[in-house]
Design a protein around this ligand. Structure first.
Ligand SMILES: [Zn+2]
Length: 310
């Protein structure tokens, strides 16, 4: 039987696609909002992105110059978080993992104050969304210096998953082992960015060293058949962000994006936004574009959608 999602795809009905439940498991909260929502709040016009980025530094400086300058301080932070929940709600996201960098909470003086604010925004904007807060560490972090703080935070039972992002080459991922052991003992889901800029081996290393459940991006794996097979056999999900990969010059376009190869090799993949405030491409739009470009069938896209809700 055809689901509404399949019918909406076949009819190129973006509004219909938006109404169907979906997950977003890779979303950096302060950059998870909607550009038009921020424009309205700040009373400004933000230039639309009309080029690809060379790397993460290039992206950061564009973001600071064009978006971040309009939403600074506590008010600016909160409007971006509100924007993230609103964007997700408007796109039919029913399961939302929002990633918060360690240190973001300090503007509120304590984690408990931060939790109150974030929980209030969730309740006010999109209480129907299953919200999964994630603690995100920069790859350059000195792990010994934050272990104690993280233990204190895990005790407060707010964060339900953990991630590492930023420069993949900053230090060996194995340095995060003590933190991931700790996170595992608290029952957190274990994720890390790997294989976005790094190679296939770096993805396997991350999964093995940190006992990851899921990898953020992981697309470099497609270049190595053995690692791809290994990932599929070990049921490791890749939370892929195709629009991000294209804009950050990790892939030419949807047609050549490795998600098709990974899917064909039996790797469980999901489609996510990453930094939608910058890229301005929704999950519904990506589903539709993959269908329009004839890369996935409606049934395959429905399977990918359901992966995001598991
Ligand atoms: Zn990311």
């Amino acid at each position: 039987m055809k689901t509404n999602f399949i019918e909406a795809l076949e009819q190129y009905d973006i509004e219909g696609i938006k109404r169907i439940p979906k997950g977003d498991l890779h979303n950096h909260a302060p950059r998870g909002g909607n550009v038009r929502f921020i424009e309205k709040w700040a009373g400004v016009q933000i230039p639309r992105l009309n080029r690809k980025f060379l790397d993460l530094d290039d992206m950061q400086s564009w973001y600071k110059k064009n978006v971040r300058c309009h939403c600074q301080g506590i008010d600016g932070y909160e409007i971006r978080i509100k924007g993230a929940f609103k964007q997700a709600k408007d796109d039919g996201v029913t399961k939302l993992v929002l990633s918060f960098g360690l240190g973001e909470e300090t503007i509120y003086g304590s984690l408990s104050n931060f939790v109150k604010v974030i929980s209030r925004i969730h309740k006010d904007v999109a209480p129907e969304i299953e919200f999964i807060p994630e603690l995100s560490l920069d790859r350059g972090t000195n792990v010994d210096s934050i272990l104690h703080l993280c233990a204190e935070y895990f005790n407060m039972n707010f964060y339900r998953s953990i991630d590492i992002c930023g420069n993949e080459f900053a230090q060996p991922i194995a340095n995060f082992k003590p933190l991931y052991r700790l996170a595992k003992s608290y029952g957190l889901k274990l994720r890390a960015h790997a294989g976005e800029f790094g190679d296939a081996d770096s993805v396997r290393e991350a999964v093995e060293e940190l006992e990851l459940d899921e990898v953020q991006h992981g697309i470099a794996v497609a270049k190595c058949k053995n690692t791809t097979r290994w990932l599929a056999e070990n049921n490791i999900t890749l939370n892929i962000c195709p629009a991000s990969n294209i804009i950050l010059s990790r892939s030419q376009d949807y047609k050549t994006h490795p998600i098709r190869t990974l899917f064909d090799s039996g790797v469980r993949v999901t489609i996510n936004t990453d930094d939608i405030l910058i890229f301005d491409v929704s999950i519904s739009r990506m589903f539709l574009d993959f269908y329009k470009d004839n890369i996935f069938t409606v049934y395959e896209l429905n399977e990918i959608r359901q992966n995001g809700l598991m």
